[in-house]
Design a protein around this ligand. Structure first.
Ligand code: ADP
Length: 261
């Protein structure tokens, strides 16, 4: 409210970056990082001539190092800017590259804001067509920092179809809309499971996402199945779009990529 009443400060673009797509969710564990990773890699596969970056702004629980299989400390340019680590053709930056993975990060809001500021301004992306930004769950300091500081092309909201997740997704959508950040659409993750024996598709939690999307005037861009292959590949640092590029799961992420950019 305070932010809204004060008006928004001038947002400054990230040097060299064209489009910024923020992937957000109300709740944790709904598959936001999995979606961000597969979307970034799918965009690169769909557009080999374009440059794609992935920025992990989850200070407390960075997932990108594991999911993209990139762990080293970044090198610095002469200007002391961090050079992203590249895998699967995607340039990655994460707080996880800078802190020991076993040590907890215990920071207050201001420290989080200043870390975000560094991740936004102290990285040498070169020239990027698309920067996918993975965020922590909820609508907290990180989201506000991003909204205040950079021109976001659009936000992609990831939710599962359970009521509790949909309620917080609604709050997130309203916040972005009020702060004049365009919402590109909603991704319904874990929307159904397909039986590996008979191929029957069952919805696990109902179809509330469709109603939420239409109430908010936002498109439901893609439904992603709950599938053990997605977890298996995510945990082994090889996104399913790379590991099984012709699978139904990979096609779902590629279709999402086409709809987003
Ligand atoms: P979030 O970023 O929202 O906290 P993650 O992307 O880290 O969530 O996903 C949480 C867990 O769920 C991970 O183990 C991930 O592999 C798994 N997961 C995410 N999406 C799917 C899916 N569609 N099918 C199966 N497992 C999934």
């Amino acid at each position: 409210k305070e932010l809204m009443s004060r008006g928004l400060p001038k947002r400054k673009s990230i040097t060299g970056v064209n489009q910024i797509v923020v992937v957000a969710s109300g709740k944790g564990g709904v598959g936001k990082s999995t979606t961000a990773v597969n979307l970034a890699v799918a965009l690169k596969l769909l557009n080999p001539n374009k440059t794609v970056g992935l920025l992990d702004t989850d200070i407390f629980g960075p997932s990108i190092p594991l999911m993209m299989n990139v762990q080293e400390s970044p090198l610095l340019t002469k200007e002391n800017k961090m050079i992203p680590l590249v895998n699967y053709g995607v340039a990655c930056m994460s707080m996880g590259f800078l802190v020991d993975e076993k040590s907890p990060v215990v920071w207050r809001g201001l420290m989080v804001m200043s870390a975000i500021e560094k991740l936004l301004r102290q990285v040498d992306w070169g020239s990027l067509d698309y920067l996918i930004v993975d965020t922590p769950p909820g609508t907290g300091d990180t989201q506000l920092s991003l909204i205040q500081n950079i021109p976001i092309t659009g936000v992609l909201l990831v939710t599962t179809p359970q009521k509790a997740a949909l309620q917080v997704t609604q709050r997130g959508a309203v916040l972005f809309q009020k702060l004049e950040v365009p919402v590109i659409g909603i991704v319904e993750n874990m929307s159904h499971v397909v039986c590996p024996n008979c191929q029957h598709s069952s919805s696990l939690y109902g179809h509330g996402t469709k109603d939420l999307a239409s109430n908010l005037g936002i498109s439901l861009l893609q439904e992603i199945p709950l599938d053990p292959a997605i977890t298996k590949y995510t945990d082994s640092g090889k996104p399913v779009v790379i590991a099984e590029p012709d699978s139904v799961q990979a096609l779902a992420y590629k279709t999402l990529g086409r709809r987003v950019c």
